[in-house]
Design a protein around this ligand. Structure first.
Ligand SMILES: Nc1ncnc2c1ncn2[C@@H]1O[C@H](COP(=O)(O)OP(=O)(O)OP(=O)(O)O)[C@@H](O)[C@H]1O
Length: 235
């Protein structure tokens, strides 16, 4: 059954106009059971260490995971390819798809829309890979309402002070963007620690301990799915 749905889903995706999954075939694809491994959501305040955990996970399991390709209405930059770096789409098409509930999360930056579509996640699942989603609270709330059945993990920093220290050390922020991130952090933590919102909370104090807990939980979840008949490349 899984392989039948896989083939049908792939066939539908490949008929999408402009090879942009979800934009034209959403009504059909969104009603299907998602094939392949469950997506993995890692959520947590900026600076809590999500990218650090993911980088280690990819290094240890280079063939197991994948990132979905985002959609954007901005024009491609030199060297950027449609379907590789982004799905480059026209604004009216993307707005219609958003209205049609095809996106898990969207954001607008400097006059352009960006977003993660449900179909883009299914593309990764169809390859037998675990789709990683590094998304914010709004995206988590939205994905919970889909049939994508994600594994939800919250990366919890020890304190806001420690977040500030990590972000300052990273050196990536202006004073303004730093304050914005820190101001948002407490609400995100409250949401993350609310029982029932996540399957697993990683208390990210020491990075080595946190990574081990994260990796062990993920591997255990993937093995459960394998036992249930889902094919996952765990290497
Ligand atoms: N447990 C930890 N202890 C100390 N420093 C850490 C820890 N985890 C991550 N860091 C450092 O903190 C900084 C922020 O980590 P990282 O970039 O992984 O956070 P993030 O959650 O992905 O942030 P953003 O959402 O802004 O991308 C990095 O410089 C990283 O090396």
């Amino acid at each position: 059954m899984i392989s039948f749905l896989y083939i049908v889903n792939r066939a539908l995706s490949s008929t999408s106009i402009g090879s942009s999954p979800g934009i034209t075939q959403s009504v059909l694809t969104s009603k299907m059971t998602a094939p392949g491994p469950r997506p993995l959501v890692l959520c947590g305040p900026s600076g809590s260490g999500k990218s650090t955990l993911l980088k280690r996970l990819f290094a240890e399991y280079p063939n197991t995971f994948g990132f979905s390709i985002s959609h954007t209405t901005r024009k491609p930059r030199e060297g950027e390819e449609h379907g590789v770096h982004y799905y480059f789409v026209e604004r009216p098409d993307m707005e219609a798809a958003i209205a049609g509930d095809e996106f898990i999360e969207t954001a607008e930056f400097t006059g352009n829309l960006y977003g993660t579509s449900k179909a883009a996640v299914r593309e990764i699942q169809a390859k037998g890979r675990v789709c990683i989603l590094d998304i914010e609270q709004k995206g988590v709330e939205q994905i919970r309402r889909t049939d994508l059945n994600p594994i939800l993990i919250f990366n919890n920093p020890p304190t806001i002070k420690e977040l500030e220290r990590r972000l300052r050390l990273r050196g990536s922020e202006t004073e303004e963007s730093l304050n914005k991130r820190l101001n948002a952090a407490q609400v995100e933590i409250d949401y993350g620690l609310t029982p029932g919102n996540f399957h697993k909370i990683i208390n990210n104090v020491d990075i080595d301990v946190a990574y081990q807990e994260f990796r062990d939980f993920v591997v255990q979840e993937l093995k459960k799915q394998e036992s249930a008949g889902v094919t996952i490349a765990l290497d």
